[in-house]
Design a protein around this ligand. Structure first.
Ligand code: XCC
Ligand code: SF4
Length: 634
């Protein structure tokens, strides 16, 4: 047993943060904790979604005395437009990440910077897209598939190719409601158009487009991001790693990768293993090079290479505060601009690499697929050379670290659960063993927990406490994004120790399959993996997705991307529980559309529940799972 073989509590993590903030004080560092104080109380109009600045006659704010904006728009129109814009901010970001991956796929070549690691998957998708694969060189095929995928963003006619992966019933619901997603860019542009001054102010129309745009993300941009990341970098398989701040190494060069696009982090990981770079590190007095991750980039490299995960969204400042971070290398999304000034307080190099995410006080080393090797080498070298600039008195690495088994792609889940529920060999390659666990009651159901941290919620507490509650009730938890890292940091992905939290049924499944009770499915674009899993469960059982005892939940979400995700998860038929209100509480009509019985539920058989009391949310979710079971008679 290693000294870190233990479970970590939220209190321990909080104590670690407190000690790091003390470290920051010594050098005059700012912190998000302080900025939250400066920003509180938040603007009430913004919080309720009742402020409009879509045209320059405003900004208009809705109060009992001024119930309409200058153009006459009422509160429901304003809240609805804000909600739709919030959604497509996320749709655009996720999907653009997917687009970058498609460009990387286009750049692949034999012995190039990027190659094809999962050719079978590429061929499988090409066939699914009805492309000719026979007799083609794999790189020729990759090139053609990349072009076809990129067309999904702007094709003038038709709907998303991957939408056909949904069960018939779901596709029919989408068809009936008119929300089958068309070209991704079109859904985003149309949403911006609809919310332009003097266009849509009818909640029904705005919510309708929010669902369709969301679906173009989940079953379009994000799904391409996931599937072709697998093609490029390998489809994840279970792999052991460690998580929490203790993964940083006192005697090594620490390079933290942060952001989302694995095209960058894969290369950094590769060059950190380069003998020349390791020799350089040793010549400068370090024992080697340690790459660790933050946010979704961490998920990507953990799942494919077992790179340790230093933390999630609200721990990004913590990695710099350790005083042991030689470089924090970022690409896109969820990067605090605060990292610029913060790294100036230490020796840390803050390296930005994408024209999409330029920030003050950073060193910009532009990264592109054509020059990826050169760029990555320059980045690693900069970090290594910075080791000598450390201030030893400022090094403070909290001694907290947990084991985590990660890498549960749908392919991996199907494989590991095969045979667990006494099923026969003929079920190989299906989700039937998992279904058997659920119908027999050994497992009561599943919860897909996703999303960020948000200072409005005690960081990681909601994720971890909810997970423990579900495990105790024999509900298996699948996770992605920063929710996944919350679990990993606490030890909930330790296949040995996490069993202690499980009910008897779940414990047995974990033991038989050798899995942790919380399954790491990846980054946020990888929520598309959850869609595929839900679709497969539905197809294999003949039960519509909305009737399966499976729920979605984002207790600590904060980003626009999370709202886009919420829309596609709900639109796929999964009831979704949010711990933070998406700025819609100012409109009763929007509330009804999203959370009521007569709104989106009529279209997609699922809706949202917003519940900021986390204990209550957990109870509601368990009740909902049991109600779905009862309705199925299982
Ligand atoms: Fe970002 Fe993906 Fe949220 Fe984490 S979970 S804070 S979106 S890194 Ni996506
Ligand atoms: Fe005000 Fe209407 Fe302009 Fe919005 S669109 S700022 S409500 S006048």
């Amino acid at each position: 047993m290693k000294d870190w073989d233990r479970l970590i509590t939220v209190e321990e993590m909080e104590a670690a943060t407190a000690s790091l903030l003390e470290n920051g004080k010594k050098v005059g560092a700012d912190s998000w904790q302080q900025r939250v104080k400066n920003q509180t109380p938040h603007c009430g109009f913004g919080e309720a979604g009742t402020c409009c600045r879509i045209c320059s006659m405003g900004p208009c704010r809705i109060t009992p005395k001024s119930p309409r904006g200058i153009c006459g728009c009422d509160v429901h129109g304003i809240v609805g437009r804000n909600f739709l814009r919030f959604t497509v901010g996320g749709t655009a970001s996720h999907s653009d990440h997917g687009r970058e991956i498609m460009h990387t796929l286009y750049e692949t070549k034999e012995n190039g910077n990027y190659t094809i690691k999962d050719p079978e998957k590429l061929i499988r998708i090409a066939k699914e897209w009805e492309m000719e694969t026979e007799g083609k060189d794999i790189y020729e095929l990759a090139h053609e598939v990349a072009v076809k995928g990129l067309m999904e963003y702007g094709k003038p006619f038709g709907t998303q190719l991957f939408a056909k992966r949904a069960p018939e019933h779901t596709q029919q619901l989408w068809e009936n409601a008119g929300i089958t997603p068309r070209a991704i860019d079109r859904e985003v542009a149309e949403a911006m158009h609809m919310t332009h001054m003097g266009c849509s102010s009818l909640p029904e129309a705005l919510v309708h487009q929010a669902l369709r745009a969301g679906l173009s993300d989940g079953w379009g941009g994000s799904m391409m991001g996931t599937e072709f990341s697998d093609v490029l970098f390998g489809t994840p398989k279970p792999i052991d790693t460690t998580a929490n701040l203790g993964v940083m190494e006192k005697d090594m060069v620490n390079i933290v990768v942060h952001g989302h696009d694995p095209s960058l982090s894969e290369m950094v990981v590769h060059y950190a293993n380069d003998p020349e770079m390791i020799a350089l590190a040793k010549s400068l007095g370090a024992k080697g090079i340690n790459v660790c991750g933050v946010c979704c980039t961490a998920n990507e490299v953990a799942m494919r290479h077992g790179i340790p995960m230093a933390g999630n969204f609200l721990s990004q400042e913590n990695v710099v505060l350790t005083g042991a971070c030689e470089a924090i290398v970022v690409d896109i999304q969820c990067i605090f601009p605060a990292l610029g000034p913060l790294s100036k307080c230490f020796h840390t190099k803050f390296i930005t690499t994408s024209h999409i995410a330029r920030m003050p006080d950073s060193e910009f080393i532009e990264f592109s697929a054509e020059s990826a090797a050169e760029n990555a080498k320059a980045i690693v070298k900069t970090a290594v050379e910075n080791f000598k600039n450390r201030t030893p008195e400022l090094v403070n690495i909290p001694d907290i670290k947990a084991n985590a088994r990660v890498g549960y792609s749908v392919e991996a889940i199907v494989k590991v659960l095969d045979g667990v529920a006494n099923s026969q060999v003929d079920t190989f390659g299906t989700t039937k063993p998992l279904l058997e666990c659920v119908t027999s009651g050994v497992l009561r159901g599943a919860v897909a927990m996703v999303g960020c941290n948000n200072p409005k919620i005690r960081p990681d507490y909601a994720h971890i406490e909810l997970m423990k509650k579900f495990l105790k009730n024999d509900i298996i938890v699948i996770v992605s994004g920063c929710s996944a890292q919350a679990a990993a940091k606490a030890g909930l992905m330790d296949p040995v120790l996490a069993k202690e939290y499980c009910g008897a049924g779940l414990k047995r499944v974990c033991e038989l399959a050798g899995i942790p009770p919380v399954l790491h499915m990846g980054s946020c674009v990888d929520i598309s993996r959850m869609l595929i899993l839900a679709a497969e469960l539905s197809k294999d059982s003949g039960i519509p997705i909305s009737q399966l005892p499976v729920l979605g939940c984002a207790p600590e979400w904060m980003s626009e991307k999370a709202v886009s995700i919420g829309n596609y998860v709900v639109a796929t038929g999964l009831d979704t529980f949010l711990g933070v209100d998406p700025y819609v509480k100012g409109s009763s009509e929007m509330g009804e559309w999203l959370t009521g019985e007569n709104g989106i539920k009529k279209w997609v058989e699922a809706n949202y529940t917003v519940e900021t009391d986390i204990e209550k949310m957990g109870d509601l979710m368990i009740e909902r799972i049991e109600a779905k079971r009862a309705a199925l008679g299982i």
